[in-house]
Write a protein that binds this ligand. Structure first.
Ligand code: NAD
Length: 321
């Protein structure tokens, strides 16, 4: 069995490798070569922790396994480690033997950023110039860095519920040599691409904040009750997702579905666009919206890629198991 510890992930994994792995597995999901198992998420009644498993099997990539982990709110204060903790376990689909254990913390951020990037590459207008961020926390910086590689963006704008966090976005814009402007919600109308990545439980983005032709990647809503976008926007937009079952139950679409504004059949898998089975954007005026809920197969795909890189570079730790 191979071990790739969390401390080695940053040196091994690249945004490009994460992008390729996630795009490929989205395509496999849409052609029914890969499927996700039902998600388990439990409040374990200890340390206020939420713990769970996300798993799946990708027959195309021959990747089987799960990500185990969750959220321990007291970690930082009590132990000086981050509150989100996860580990990916990969198994041999031919025998069921465990083949790898991989640190999942950084990989989660990279695979989530790769997901919105896949949607931007396939759905945003080619001439997109301004990218707008809603959210400025840990994930937002990963999202922005990856998204900037998808189009020739000329400007970054951003809004955040906690404005004091906006310098996080400016730092990424600076890195890329792009101007950054903090805006009010109305100012987001200047964006050609919008990414929302917050822990909000109320709609932030309303139809009046989004101009025609915009692509919106909604990445924060991954649990029942969370919400970043007014359901009217989903009714207006052409809606795509990683996995429809998650989109309608724990994703942004849960609210539009509950209000009867859209139906399940109105939501397309992004992998179908990757495969060429769905045309994607049909006009320059259309609003496209990606509901990125986060699936286990994304975790397995990037973990499998990092194991290959670790073996290639001779840094994977081998143990008898
Ligand atoms: P973080 O704690 O670093 O940042 C939280 C962000 O949400 C900040 O921008 C903060 O200002 C904002 N926020 C907090 N309370 C808010 C409120 N009441 N209204 C509006 N905004 C508010 O968290 P993070 O690690 O950046 O994660 C952001 C979100 O992304 C979380 O909800 C997380 O569950 C989700 N997430 C989704 C995926 C996925 O695959 N879709 C993967 C990882 C994380």
């Amino acid at each position: 069995m191979l071990i790739v510890p969390e401390r080695d992930i940053a040196d091994l994994m690249t945004r490009h490798a994460a992008y390729d792995a996630v795009e490929k597995v989205f395509a496999a999901m849409a052609s029914a070569d890969a499927y996700n198992f039902p998600v388990i998420r439990e409040a374990i009644g200890h340390e206020d922790a939420l713990y769970g498993f996300k798993g799946g099997f990708d027959r195309a990539g021959m990747t089987l396994g799960l990500k185990a982990g969750g959220y321990w709110p007291n970690n930082l204060e009590k132990h000086g480690i981050i509150n989100h903790q996860s580990t990916v376990f990969l198994f041999d689909p031919d025998t069921g033997r465990a083949v790898a254990m991989v640190g999942g913390n950084l990989l989660t951020a990279l695979r989530t950023a790769a997901a919105s990037s896949v949607s931007i590459r396939h759905l945003a207008r080619d001439d997109a110039k301004v990218i707008g961020m809603v959210g400025a926390g840990h994930q937002a910086t990963f999202q922005l860095r990856a998204a900037l590689e998808q189009r020739r963006f000329e400007k970054v704008i951003g809004w955040n519920f906690h404005p004091e966090m906006l310098p996080n976005l400016k730092a990424v814009a600076d890195e890329a040599g792009l101007p950054f402007e903090a805006v009010e919600l109305d100012g987001l109308r200047a964006a050609d691409v919008l990414i929302s990545i917050t822990s909000s439980f109320e709609a932030i983005l309303k139809p009046e904040h989004v101009k025609p032709g915009t692509h919106i990647a909604c990445m924060g809503t991954d649990t029942k009750g969370k919400q970043e976008v007014d359901p009217r926007l989903l009714a207006q937009a052409t809606v795509f997702t990683d996995e429809v079952a998650q989109s309608i139950s724990i994703g942004e679409a849960q609210h539009a579905i509950a209000q009867g504004l859209i139906g399940e059949s109105d939501i397309a898998q992004i992998g179908a666009v990757v495969n060429g089975d769905h045309p994607g954007r049909r006009s320059a005026e259309e609003i496209t919206l990606f509901d990125g809920t986060g699936v286990g197969l994304q975790d397995l795909a990037v973990a499998s890629a990092v194991v290959d890189l670790a073996v290639e570079k001779g840094v994977a730790i081998e143990v008898d198991f």
